[in-house]
Design a protein around this ligand. Structure first.
Ligand code: GLN
Length: 452
């Protein structure tokens, strides 16, 4: 890949002064960018929204504190879909990010700036957030590794909330090891976040070179189908073959409720978002619409929220408010919660009854699409998430690993998704590292910079 100019990619929203970081620590001197919805005290935390265009956080996110203490150099904030809502980074108030592999294409989203920054060598590692696929899908589209930890493994303190029962912070890096190292630093309980699990953090790194002999890897056959781009199916099959050749035992597994994941997610996530975003009312935070002296308080709220939020965020708030409104609550929101439970039970069954260690699926039904291609059709964009949102509803860890390319004249990267048991990131990372090492083209594919 010839790396296009940084300005063209538009991955970074704000650059920070270099901080003279500590000389020891696992991440000493490593250049790390953070998604613009993660609070720092070094600049603006805009979540790529006009609403927070000038918002300076008075505190920093726990993950940022931990990165700094480990010696990282924070280089800036990365572009994203406004408040994390989207799969293409086209819903940023500050212009889209472009895919470094082909600048006519999207990098995926919503952590598209983080994935593109790593793919283009602007940052060694970037933090993203994943509510329904926002770390995994852009990592796949940009040819880098993206890790969504188990829900509760990493503190959400200082993450601008989208859907609190789903939001996770995680790393995007050039290789599995970089992601494992970053996770090692940011993981672990936090008194500032009651949903951050009080469980010990295992060593994320020391199993990376352990062979996967005897590990059981589930394949969801229905997810390799004619609706996918043919290259996605071919890459998945090749990855499964690599697992087998590396000593893994491949078994077919069913997730009977997987087809309902998109519907359930697009009720639960907007419902939570409508509640979380109620705070942006022009009084307490950020943007306030200019008022003429005759306008009422209600008019001020209306103008602030109409002008301060982009169209996708407004759509989500309306969807979520409707799903939660009296008379519809049982039919939509409660029903979606029941479906969520069934989806989780599918995974529990797959892992426990089949004795699986990990499950492999596509990340996305296709490679990166063209800018503008899906903007007019929100449903088409929502379907981008069909293989990632179920994992989020189940709260499980998952990683996207580069595993192949399309054979277009401008080849595009394609990742596969590995899903792990709750709080078993070390095994997930071990399978991911094996898959990464077994891909013979990986050396020419990976930009030759970074920690690994
Ligand atoms: N694309 C999904 C959405 O728009 C997921 C976003 C995310 O994970 N933040 O909601």
């Amino acid at each position: 890949m010839t790396v296009p100019p940084t300005d063209t990619i538009n991955a970074i929203l704000e650059r920070f002064e270099s901080q003279a970081p500590a000389t020891d620590g696992l991440l000493a001197g490593v250049n790390i960018a953070v998604k613009a919805n993660i609070c720092t005290t070094l600049g603006i935390t805009s979540a790529a929204s006009r609403m927070l265009e000038n918002y300076r956080s008075p505190f920093e996110a726990t993950v940022v504190t931990r990165l700094r203490r480990a010696g990282a150099n924070l280089i800036g904030t990365t572009n994203m879909d406004e408040f994390g809502m989207g799969s293409s980074t086209e819903h940023s108030a500050f212009g889209p990010t472009r895919n470094p592999w082909d600048t006519d294409r999207v990098p995926g989203g919503s952590s598209g700036g983080s994935a593109a920054a790593v793919a283009a060598g602007i940052a060694t590692v970037a933090l993203g957030s994943d509510t329904g696929g926002s770390i995994r899908q852009p990592a796949s589209h940009c040819g880098v590794v993206g890790l969504k930890p188990t829900y509760g493994r990493v503190s959400r303190y200082g993450l601008v909330a989208f859907a609190s029962s789903l939001d996770c912070v995680g790393p995007i890096g050039r290789c599995v090891r970089d992601c494992a190292q970053a996770l090692q630093i940011i993981a672990g309980e936090d008194p500032h976040d009651a949903t951050c699990a009080r469980v010990p953090v295992p060593n994320m790194i020391n199993q990376l070179d352990t062979p996967i002999d005897g590990l059981r890897v589930g394949v969801v056959r229905t997810m390799i189908n004619d609706h996918n781009h043919p290259a996605v199916n071919a890459v998945c099959e090749a990855a499964i073959e690599r697992v087998r050749r590396s000593g893994g035992e491949v078994v077919d597994v069913e997730l009977p409720h997987a087809d309902h994941a998109v519907a359930a997610y697009y009720l639960i996530a907007p419902a939570e978002a409508s509640s979380n975003l109620a705070r942006y009312d022009g009084v307490r935070y950020g943007y306030r619409a200019p008022a003429d002296k005759n306008s009422t308080l209600d008019e001020m709220y209306t103008h602030t929220r109409t002008n301060g939020f982009g169209p996708e965020v407004r759509r989500r708030i309306l969807l979520g408010t409707h799903a939660l409104s009296s008379g519809y609550y049982d039919a939509y929101y409660q029903r979606a919660r029941k479906v969520r439970r069934l989806i989780k039970q599918d995974y529990d069954r797959a892992f426990n009854e089949h004795g699986l260690h990990t499950v492999v699926t596509p990340v996305s039904p296709g490679p990166a699409f063209r800018l503008g291609e899906k903007l007019a059709d929100p449903m088409a964009l929502y379907l981008e998430d069909q293989y990632t949102v179920g994992v989020s509803l189940a709260g499980l860890p998952a990683i996207s690993v580069p595993a192949g390319m399309t054979d277009d004249p401008k080849p595009l990267p394609i990742g596969v998704q590995l899903i792990g048991k709750a709080f078993d990131e070390p095994t997930l990372l071990r399978v991911a590292a094996t898959l990464e090492a077994a891909w013979s083209q990986r050396d020419s594919f990976k930009p030759q910079v970074g920690m690994c």
